[in-house]
Ligand binder design. Structure first.
Ligand code: AP5
Length: 209
């Protein structure tokens, strides 16, 4: 099972990717998570990536394509995977066409207004869990249900950066909807529904591949 998730920032890609990964026991490849890990490691590449991310800009294609190429070579990817956050440009989509076959692209659609609410209310844990202060709150305020650590807000979830990320999505990533529609690979789900309802639709698509 090979699934590519497409959608604007905050549409719920990460949330659904985690559910799919757990249900079908396939690895999730999140380029955002990989880049944040590189940034936290403080390597020269990580520092550079952080500059782009904190400004709401895309990290250059050559870096991302190389990252994905290497990741897809790993043994754990053999029985399938879910890609969250890649591709995000036409150059990345074209590179991916050469790397994998037999995949489906699921676009999670959501309005800008809802995206802003979702991202400004998102809280993260260093264990990778994600919450929302209103729609998906932790049992105890500010504390991760899974590991008990203190939750934090991502640097790029500030309102001015969210606006930039949305502009970049429209300009660079939205054209991929047509790219995949033309190739008959695109399925669309409505991201404004509750997370379990969306997951039900995602399962329907995943099991039809
Ligand atoms: P990345 O981390 O991929 O960010 P993103 O695509 O902007 O997506 P998000 O993680 O913000 O949102 P999401 O869709 O996963 O939503 P989530 O499930 O968390 O990338 C960050 C940066 O890295 C980029 O800006 C770029 O700089 C760089 N980068 C990454 N990939 C790159 C690439 N390929 N090329 C170049 N640069 C790249 O949900 C959001 C919130 O809503 C959460 O609080 C969640 O709890 C809540 N929520 C989820 N589902 C629901 C629901 N159904 N109802 C109510 N609330 C919900």
């Amino acid at each position: 099972m090979k699934i590519v998730l497409l959608g604007p920032p905050g549409a719920g890609k990460g949330t659904q990717a985690d559910l799919i990964s757990e249900k079908y026991r396939i690895p999730k490849i999140s380029t955002g998570d990989l880049l944040r890990a590189t940034a936290n490691a403080g390597t020269p590449l990580g520092k550079k990536a952080k500059e782009y991310m904190n400004r709401g800009l895309l990290v250059p294609d050559d870096v991302l394509i190389e990252l994905i190429k290497e990741k897809l070579k790993e043994k754990s990817m053999k029985k399938g995977f879910i890609l969250d956050g890649f591709p995000r440009t036409l150059a990345q989509a074209e590179a991916l066409q050469k790397l994998i076959k037999g995949f489906v692209v699921i676009q999670i659609d959501l309005s800008d207004e809802e995206i802003t609410k979702r991202l400004s209310g998102r809280r993260m844990c260093k264990c990778g869990s994600s919450y929302h202060i209103e729609s998906i709150p932790p049992a105890k305020d500010g504390v991760c249900d899974k590991c008990g650590c203190t939750l934090y807000q991502r640097d790029d979830d500030k309102e001015e950066v969210i606006r930039k990320r949305l502009d970049v999505y429209r300009k660079e990533t939205a054209p991929l909807v047509e790219f995949y529609r033309k190739r008959g690979l695109l399925r669309v789900v409505d991201g404004s529904k509750g997370k379990d309802k969306i997951f039900g639709e995602m399962r329907g698509i995943a099991e039809s591949i």
